[in-house]
Design a protein around this ligand. Structure first.
Ligand code: ADP
Length: 790
């Protein structure tokens, strides 16, 4: 039914129109003015308007114009109803105001009805057309929607990842084939169970929680989960994402989701992290056993459910460390190793790796394989309990030498080791090997440093010469013995600086060298090694000199003893002869030779004895106050009794004020006797020997001067050394033991005095002996101290 608007200011006219149009069966809407008409048009959809021209306020034309201005009513046909003017101008105005027709009063009801009904029909036709157009549009849209859905599904099917969509309540309504294949399931099955059957039990709770939150809020969903791949039963990490599509009111229409396999990437990241951590642990330890145990701990549970480290010992393997995710099973593993020691000829596991030096990977250990491995039923039971799934064994090598085997086993986690895992394990083993090498290197460096410290402290000279003959090391001992500083020799050619030494190879050799213009001797030996020769040397100059002295002593003493012995023997034999008539005079002379030579012998033997007592510190000294003057006179007196020809012994004039000395009188006498004897002995051409004594600054100085052979300046210190004698060429073969002056020096020293020699004015020597005077506290004190030392 259509609406017809009747506009007239007069109610009777409206009534008349209603009466006429009623038979048309349409809804008649009446308006009493132009304004009223406009109002009605706002409320009703109108098929045609019957408009009175003459109305107060807004007349018909003005009303029509306003109707035409409105978009909604622009096309509504208007029939003007008028009684007044039929002239053309009026009619024209009506048409220009938008009229489609005119009816003039009085009008024929038939005509009016038919005119109105034409417009109603037209309106209905228009309505029909509009509806049809709308329906058509609806259909087209549906088709478009279907097409676009098909397109995105096609797109989804083409994806390498799992793609799915879900209804606003979360129920799956589409899953791509890729996902169905991955889980080896059908769409209805998956809709039934959702993801709960394929997600790792540990990740299930987290998945449900987050999905619920997403469904409740419409916010996007993201999660990292392990899904079980049907083909091998392995749980692999996936990144799951879903975003909601909403309508224009913000309500969720659909969820679009994807599961992306990030397992390899995640494992690579984990492996990298693991290696970094392992590196830190390895670098921190220098003890390789503890390092290996730490590695086992690190591997569990990150790359293995249990880990075992075996080390090579005596050609076999010893289990060093076992780590297990379940600590109770560690004991079980050890027990297993104890009870069933691995057969070194086994075709798998650590023994195989030890023999071949190659890694072993067992991706899947089935029941059959277990039965093969087990040595008996009980063993099988234990092994089953460990729940082996997959394992890998990698060799541990350092410096090209096999150190052991790392075994990584998967059990509870159900993981299967593949080539990637093996690569990781091998990398780990490689790093362990490097760490062990580093630790060894560190120890070597430490040892070397220690050796270097020792080298610095030993007294022996040690040096290293490389294969090119260049000195590479020169220790402090070498510096102090040779007087050559390290800077002057290291880096230089050895044979240039120490000619002749390079001939030393192995075995000790004695070599001379010059230092400060004097000849010194070293005992040197060398040991060859890869990089050159290590030499060690000692300064044996002193020992050599001593050895020389010893040799000289044997010669001297035997010579010295032989001369008197020969004389005694000769005299005695002569006296004993029956065939010879010896006169009184000769007998007396022979007897006195025996007495004199015996005395000389006794003297030599006494000197030897005394020297050895002095050396051993066993000589008693009795310090007392002695009269220096009386002593000197007595010594001179005694000497005069048996002077050789041409020798005179004289006393220098003596002061009365010479103080007594603090000394052992007998020993001091021996010193002076000896000096006097030497003075006489070393004046073969005769001459004066003078004895003197004088006070000198708290001491008493004795002097024995001769005009004899004299002593070269260079020898003036050395003559006091034990067994030291001047060259026989200089002394004209005068005999002696070289002990006299040594004994004199030692005795003088013991009472805090000193002894030295100076050249005499013209020729010969003057020996001085200085002894502390009794009154002098300092000297007494020193003397006592000296006495205490003995
Ligand atoms: P010896 O038994 O040889 O005399 P000494 O120890 O008494 O031993 O003397 C050591 C050396 O000093 C002697 O061998 C001698 O060469 C030298 N000597 C000692 N006294 C004199 C001296 N008065 N004049 C020259 N040389 C002397």
């Amino acid at each position: 039914m259509a609406n017809v608007l009747l506009v007239d200011d007069r109610p009777e006219n409206l009534l008349a129109l209603e009466a006429i149009l009623e038979p048309l069966g349409q809804t008649l809407v009446c308006a009493h003015s132009g304004e009223d008409a406009l109002r009605q048009l706002l409320r009703h959809d109108v098929a045609v308007i019957l408009l009175d021209v003459q109305m107060p306020e807004l007349d018909g034309f003005e009303t029509a114009q306003l109707i035409k201005q409105r978009e909604r009513t622009r096309h509504v046909p208007i029939i003007f109803v008028t009684a007044i003017s039929k002239d053309e101008e009026q009619v024209y105005r009506g048409y220009s105001a938008g009229a489609v027709d005119y009816v003039f009063k009085p009008f024929n009801p038939e005509v009016l009805r038919s005119k109105v009904s034409v417009f109603i029909e037209l309106h209905e036709k228009n309505e029909q057309l509009r509806e049809q157009a709308e329906q058509l549009k609806e259909q087209e849209l549906a088709e478009l929607r279907r097409e676009s859905e098909e397109r995105y599904r096609f797109l989804a099917e083409a994806q390498p990842d799992q793609i799915w969509t879900a209804l606003p309540n979360g129920e799956l309504d589409y899953v791509n084939q890729r996902a169905l294949d991955y889980f080896e399931t059908s769409f209805p099955e998956l809709v039934e169970t959702g993801w709960t059957q394929v997600v790792h039990p540990e990740d299930l709770g987290r998945m449900l929680d987050r999905w619920q939150i997403a469904l409740a809020t419409g916010e996007s969903y993201e999660n990292e989960l392990r899904f079980r791949r049907a083909s091998d039963g392995a749980y692999r990490w996936h990144l799951t994402r879903a975003i909601a599509m909403t309508d224009k009111n913000g309500a969720v229409v659909k969820w679009f989701g994807s599961n992306i396999d990030i397992h390899d990437q995640k494992r690579a990241e984990e492996a990298q992290r693991f290696l970094v951590e392992a590196g830190a642990v390895l670098a921190a330890s220098l003890n390789y056993h503890s390092t290996l145990a730490a590695v086992a701990r690190l591997a569990v549970p990150r790359i293995a459910d249990w880990a075992r480290v075996d080390v090579v010992e005596d050609g076999g393997l010893r289990t060093l460390a076992v780590e297990h995710v379940d600590p109770r099973k560690i004991e079980l593993a050890f027990e297993l190793a104890r009870r069933y020691p691995e057969n070194p000829e086994a075709e798998q596991g650590p023994p195989l790796v030890l023999r071949t030096g190659k890694s072993e990977l067992a991706t899947e250990i089935g029941e059959e394989r277990l039965a093969e491995l087990a040595q008996d039923d009980f063993h099988l039971g234990l092994v089953r309990e460990l729940g082996l799934q997959s394992y890998m064994c990698v060799p541990l090598v350092a410096h090209g030498e096999m150190l052991g085997v790392i075994s990584l086993v998967s059990a509870e986690s159900g993981r299967r080791y593949g080539p990637d895992d093996l690569a990781l394990a091998e990398e780990l083993a490689r790093r362990v090997g490097t760490a062990v090498e580093n630790a060894q290197l560190y120890r070597e460096v430490e040892e070397r440093a220690q050796a270097a410290r020792v080298l610095e402290t030993v007294g022996d000279g040690v040096f290293v010469v490389d294969t090119n003959g260049v000195v590479r090391l020169w220790n402090r001992g070498a510096e102090s013995i040779s007087g050559i500083s390290r800077d002057d020799i290291v880096g230089h050619r050895f044979d240039e600086l120490l000619p002749g030494w390079e001939r030393v190879s192995t075995g000790a050799e004695t070599m001379p060298f010059e230092r400060d213009g004097r000849e010194r001797w070293v005992s040197i030996s060398g040991v060859e090694f890869d990089e050159g020769v290590v030499y060690a040397f000692q300064d044996i100059t002193e020992e050599r000199a001593l050895e020389q002295i010893r040799q000289d002593l044997v010669a001297t003493v035997s010579h010295e003893l032989r001369t008197p012995l020969a004389a005694i023997y000769g005299s005695a034999m002569t006296l004993n002869r029956d065939d010879l008539e010896l006169g009184e005079d000769l007998t007396t002379r022979l007897l006195s030779v025996i007495v004199d030579e015996s005395t000389r012998l006794t003297g030599i033997v006494n000197d030897l004895l005394l020297a050895s007592q002095l050396d051993a510190g066993r000589l008693d000294v009795h310090i007392e106050s002695c009269d220096a003057r009386a002593l000197t006179e007595s010594v001179a007196e005694a000497a005069r009794t048996h002077l050789p020809d041409g020798i005179r012994v004289a006393l220098d004039p003596m002061d009365d004020g010479v103080p007594p000395v603090a000394a052992d009188e007998a020993q001091l006498r021996q010193v002076l006797d000896n000096l006097l004897e030497n003075a006489i002995k070393y004046s073969p051409a005769g001459g004066d020997v003078r004895l003197g004594v004088e006070a000198a600054d708290g001491t008493v100085r004795f002097s024995v001067a001769d005009a004899g052979l004299g002593i070269p300046a260079s020898e003036r210190d050395r003559i006091f050394e034990k067994f030291y004698r001047l060259d026989p060429d200089m002394t004209g073969g005068i005999g002696g033991t070289g002990l006299g002056l040594y004994i004199a020096r030692e005795l003088v020293r013991r009472v805090g005095g000193r002894i030295w020699v100076e050249p005499n004015d013209s020729e010969g020597s003057i020996f001085y002996v200085e002894i502390p005077a009794t009154g002098d506290n300092r000297m007494t004190h020193m003397g006592q101290k000296a006495a205490a030392r003995r």
